[in-house]
Ligand binder design. Sequence first.
Ligand code: CUA
Length: 392
Amino acid sequence: MLRLRQAAPALLVTACLLALSACGQMEYPNSTFDHNSDFNTSIDALWDRLLFWGTLMFVLVEVMLVYTMFKYRKRPGGPPAKQIHGHALLEITWTAIPAVILALIAVPTVKTIFATQAPAPAGSLRIEVIGHQWWWEFRYPELGITTANELYLPVGRTAAFELKTVDVVHSFWIPQMGGKRDLITNKSNYMWFTPNADLGTRAFNGFCGEYCGLSHANMKFRMYTVSTEEFDSWAAHQARVAVIADSTPAVGYMFPKEQLPVHVIPQTPIPAGLTFDDNLLAQGDATRGATAFMIGGCIGCHAIGGVPGAVSTIGPSLTHVASRHTLAGGLFPNDGPHLARWIKNAKKMKPGALMNVIGTGEYDPILKRNVAQGGLSDQQIADVVAYLQALK
Ligand code: CUA
């Protein structure tokens, strides 16, 4: 007993410090507890309610328990305890009370499940989410848009997602919007939420929440909430075919780079041993790059709207690739040096990447030899970069 008394102050201080450490002015950019959509607001409200009543019951029961222990404790010389057998009223009471408590938990829980699982309201923005090892395809079927790894949502309008996968099971998760739902092979799952109308122009992280192979951790995406006008401008441009930007100066809305918060900017280092002469990027030629895009076999996997023959859906659509901030499932920033190295040797840039090794002389672990025939030189890669960067 004495030992416990001596330790009590230290225990109390430790508990207080632990509690205080949760109160700092820290930022949690991927927290699920921020109320940014109707979805996570309803789930968090339910959780708060259950936590409050649960805590109240816990305190009540503990107080009664401690009171009883002290009041009826054994005292030296005291009378023997009264011996009883069975007490019908007490037994009914302690069965009935938990039953009522369970009902009080079940009713709001089931109501929330029904509300969040209901069909999406009419007038929702339909979006198909298609999981690939290891990137995200987003289609807006009503708007004729196919894009990758970056999702634009207008604030205040319900986004209704149809979740599918072309290979293994993935899971679509934007923690700040709540909800996480699996993409199941040969099946469509559905989920919808409405980003709060007052959210403004903001960027969020999205993740794959289900282990799906070697680069599961590198299967990320970005979500931008934008105003209706900004969304309409973005969507109208994305629905157009690709043109080398010089000939069409009119470009749609793109989430401003300078407004990107640090937690959505990829920080992945370039792997050691993958070299590229960055000076060549300044001499890249978009027209030559369009030809190299064919020679290098890029056309076998990537669609570019408006380019005859470039219709494959194996890899991400590159129609407006230059309007994206990230590459490779959110792993790298979409700039010249990263794009060039990605084209040169994607398998070195991202573990397990299914994209072919394109750079001449680079080792291809699938073919088990260095790329010779059909490979691209650094200059040709710089041309392809110039071409892709013109596809705004
Ligand atoms: Cu896709 Cu994990």
